[in-house]
Design a protein around this ligand. Structure first.
Ligand code: 1CP
Length: 341
């Protein structure tokens, strides 16, 4: 039997010969070869056509010594299985329309989710077949709160006014929608795991907008149940929960194998909160800006704050900034491989 990939060993807290490293949003606009391909196709078409999605997924791995490929897709693809219209507008980000009032939203069966997103499974299958076994394939989905916020706001938001209004004024509907999305997420990630994903990550990019008490009352119960069902698929679960430094203990208590944190908290504090396996947490601005000495310094600081050889997956605290010079990523990976010295 082959030894599991470094990243998968790290997710289990097992010793590794060197720290695993990958970057959120490692496929995308900072890469000239991505921009070139993107000129001829819109973003959704790139996700839907496996030959294009596979190519974009593998682009960063051709350039850099990364430990994982993350499937080229988007957290919002799921909403199309709800019958919503999804469009990505140049500069403005995603737009969701065509949904009934929150109280009227009904959820599709697992079979319908699988059918609507079968192209993602095809991409996973092809990526897994093309990639060496020492590289992990990461499947992903949005976490229920973050996806619900896009549904209710219709696109990006800064204050989550519609989302909080529903939570405050109609808690039953709010909880029903979170649970419905969680159910769809199980079907979607099960599809990716069956197709060969070695690990899954839930992106909860906006959950930090909630008070600790609301995280605990509304999100934690749904998330805990979801994570336990994902673990039953037989792969590790990474939960990305930025801006939750004020309630990391509650985040950890939802049960993921790995908690992925942003740069607003030190890894020493993450450890103090009892988190033993963690992903993070360089500020993407440091990677973007450099210079090399600053990147080296920040990597060494992060490794020292974690203070151990196991249980860390090196990553950014959020996605790669599109203004990042490509060679900065080589500098970063070198620094991670050199280690704490
Ligand atoms: O070329 C383009 O115009 C498309 C830009 C783009 C890309 C490359 C979008 C639109 N999505 C993606 C791919 C993507 N999205 C991936 C796979 C690639 C990789 O990681 O290497 C992943 C994991 C995501 C996840 C995602 N989409 C998140 C969670 C992570 C995060 O950054 O917080 C979120 C919030 C989205 C929504 C979304 N999709 C696209 C944009 C521009 C946004 C953000 C909009 C906003 O600000 O609310």
């Amino acid at each position: 039997m082959k030894e599991p990939a470094r990243l998968i060993r790290a997710c289990a807290g097992q010793p590794v010969d060197r720290l695993p490293v990958w970057l959120m949003r490692q496929a995308g606009r900072y890469l000239p070869e991505y921009r070139k391909l993107r000129q001829g196709h819109d973003f959704l078409a790139m996700c839907e056509r496996p030959e294009l999605a596979v190519e974009v997924t593998l682009q960063p791995l051709r350039r850099f010594d990364l430990d994982a490929a993350i499937i080229f897709a988007d957290i919002l693809l799921l909403v199309r299985a709800l019958g919503a219209d999804l469009a990505y507008e140049e500069g403005a980000g995603p737009r969701i329309s065509g949904l009934p009032a929150p109280q009227e939203i009904s959820f599709p069966s697992a079979a319908r989710v699988t059918e609507a997103l079968s192209f993602v499974a095809e991409t996973v299958r092809r990526v897994r077949a093309e990639l060496a076994t020492d590289k992990a394939v990461i499947g992903f989905a949005g976490a229920p709160f973050t996806v619900l916020s896009y549904l209710l706001e219709g696109g990006p938001s800064t204050d989550f006014a519609q989302t909080k209004a529903l939570m405050n004024q109609d808690a039953d509907t709010f909880s029903r929608l979170l649970s419905g999305l969680a159910e769809m997420t199980v079907a979607y990630l099960a599809l990716q795991v069956r197709a060969g994903a070695d690990v899954v990550q839930l992106f909860d990019s906006w959950v930090g907008a909630l008070a600790p008490s609301d995280f605990s009352a509304f999100v934690a119960p749904v998330l805990t149940a979801l994570i336990s069902r994902l673990k039953a698929l037989g792969v590790p679960v990474i939960y990305f929960a930025p801006q939750t430094a004020g309630y990391l203990d509650q985040v950890a208590a939802t049960g993921p194998d790995v908690v992925s944190v942003d740069w607003r908290v030190s890894l020493a504090e993450v450890r103090r909160q009892g988190i033993r396996i963690c992903q993070g947490n360089l500020d993407p601005a440091v990677l973007r800006d450099g210079p090399r000495s600053r990147i080296d310094h920040e990597v060494r600081r992060i490794l020292a704050e974690w203070g151990g050889r196991t249980g860390l997956i090196f990553n950014l605290g959020h996605g790669v900034d599109r203004r990042t010079p490509v060679h900065h990523i080589n500098w970063l990976i070198d620094a991670v491989h050199r280690g704490p010295r």
